[in-house]
Design a protein. Structure first.
Length: 527
């Protein structure tokens, strides 16, 4: 019952949040904070054994499958510098700062905190990028970073934790563990991606294909973790490959898969941000001696270090490689605005909290883990601080910086040219097929094929037309409205015939399904 309330409540808040100017992730966190103190609300404790293997894989898979492999490859250098270099840098800087700020905190425990708060969150980055409409290059870099940085942070956390609990840990051993996890995760992904794609293209039932699609991220993550490799990287590699080759899967699977993935991502993202807010009572319960001014000062100091460290890394990592004339020629001019947004868009999220809750209660000697409750508190305040301060200020910041707006006209022209080339190929193929007597069709049906092709070819060009002077509608809007009205009239007749027992419910569902596909086609033709 508590789980059902969490999912239903977070989905309702997320749906309502789309109608208000407040970013949905922040609204969910705020509601979670408020609800956590309502009498009778159960205590939701983040279990890393649930969050990491059950929530992280599908969210990463959705984000990676919706990303562009070609765009990520083009931005490989900045993505690698952020997802690997920055995470290790932040681990070290935040760890050393916490060691100097908090009296009595061992350096090993401070480095554990650094690894925990180092990675910006995949869910937060994707949600913000979708809402504020960032330029495509910045969005690609942020998404690419968020897909890989969790693997770096989890590995750094394991190395720092081994030293903190008393296991023998060396720099060489840490580097070796990182390489094994990274190479192993990529290797598992490379091994799995081809047979999984073969299965997707050879299963004949769309329901079976979508069931497989739901299982793939969990399977890739579990297999990689079983061999002590990075499950995060395995999921990302598989998702990028399958997303890049999604065109080879039949249309029914793609339609269902898109709907299912969006629904799963919506539910999980909503629950994840609500869970962050609900952690406050759990975190404060064991804070003990650190309540009051000291705890507030430590939280503020760590948040400021986290925010500042990203700027310290991003600007040199962006402009130093551009000392090379080859890099400048390939990437063109670059202003300070893009790196500023990338540096500011460093929201932390549920992964940091889940990793923090996996810190053991004791070290090897049986003594309590040093300042574990304080580490949980500082992780929580850092996550909340980045979501509130950076999440709220990012949209107005982007508007203030006045990035060049997306050239809709150029995009429509590119789409129209692509559609024209495709239509010519389709028309040529149709002529070849109709020339074969085995493909003979009555004249009206052959003309209908040509009419549909012509309508699809002309639809994009018509988007460049004038706005209707009477209604203010674009031709897209008018076409969709008229098509919807016509289909709605047909739908009413079908329902009336069912109610009059002229057709049964099974036939009604078949006819409505046909109309639904027609309406979806009309919508897609004008978007």
């Amino acid at each position: 019952m508590p789980l059902l309330l969490l999912v239903a409540g977070s989905a309702a808040v997320a749906a309502a949040g789309r109608r208000v100017p407040v970013p949905v992730p922040l609204l969910l966190v705020a509601v979670g904070l408020a609800v956590s103190y309502v009498p009778g609300v159960p205590e939701y404790t983040l279990d890393p054994h649930i969050v990491l293997p059950l929530l992280l894989p599908p969210l990463l898979y959705t984000a990676a499958a919706d990303s562009s492999y070609l765009d990520l490859r083009a931005q490989a250098r900045p993505v690698a510098l952020l997802s690997v270099g920055y995470v290790l840098f932040a681990t070290f800087v935040v760890g050393c700062a916490a060691y100097l700020i908090v009296p009595g905190l061992p350096l090993t425990a401070a480095l554990v905190l650094g690894a925990v708060v180092a990675p910006p969150d995949a869910v937060a980055a994707t949600a913000v990028a979708r809402r504020v409409g960032l330029p495509s290059r910045i969005t690609t870099i942020l998404q690419g970073e968020s897909l890989v940085n969790d693997a770096t942070a989890i590995t750094a956390f394991k190395v720092a934790l081994a030293a903190a609990v008393g296991e023998s840990a060396t720099w060489a051993g840490g580097i070796a563990e990182f390489l094994i996890a990274a190479v192993g995760g990529v290797g598992v992904g490379l091994v799995l991606m081809v047979p999984l794609h073969w299965l997707r293209t050879h299963l004949t039932e769309a329901l079976l294909q979508n069931t497989l699609s739901l299982l793939i991220p969990f399977a890739a993550y579990a297999v990689a973790e079983q061999v002590h490799a990075s499950g995060v990287l395995a999921v990302v590699v598989v998702a990028l490959y399958l997303g890049h080759r999604a065109w080879e899967v039949d249309f029914a699977t793609r339609l269902q898969e898109e709907a299912v993935r969006k629904m799963v991502a919506f539910v999980l993202e909503s629950a994840v941000f609500a869970l962050i807010g609900l952690q406050l009572p759990v975190v404060l319960k064991g804070l003990g001696e650190y309540r009051g001014a000291d705890a507030a000062w430590y939280a503020l100091a760590v948040f400021l270090v986290v925010a500042a460290a990203r700027f310290v890394w991003v600007y040199p990592a962006t402009f130093l490689p551009r000392l090379s004339a080859r890099v400048r020629a390939r990437e063109g001019e670059l202003s300070w605005k893009g790196p500023f947004v990338i540096a500011w868009a460093g929201m932390r999220g549920v992964v940091s909290l889940a990793i923090a809750f996996s810190v053991p209660l004791t070290v090897h000697g049986g003594e309590p883990f040093p300042e574990r409750n304080l580490l949980l508190f500082l992780t929580f305040t850092t996550v909340i601080g980045t979501l509130v301060v950076q999440g709220v200020s990012l949209p107005p910041l982007i508007r203030l910086l006045k990035f060049p707006e997306h050239d809709v006209q150029a995009g429509t022209l590119a789409e129209a040219n692509a559609q024209a080339q495709a239509s010519r190929a389709a028309e040529q193929r149709l002529d070849e097929l109709l020339a074969d007597e085995r493909n003979t069709l009555p004249g009206p049906l052959a003309d209908r094929l040509r009419t549909v092709l012509e309508r699809r070819r002309n639809a994009v060009w018509e988007r460049l037309g004038q706005v209707n002077p009477v209604t203010g509608e674009s031709v897209d809007d008018t076409y969709r409205r008229l098509s919807s009205e016509m289909i709605g009239a047909e739908r009413e007749v079908f329902v009336r015939l069912r109610d009059g027992r002229y057709i049964d419910d099974e036939m009604l569902r078949t006819l409505l399904r046909r109309l639904d596909l027609e309406e979806a086609a009309a919508y897609r033709e004008t978007t």
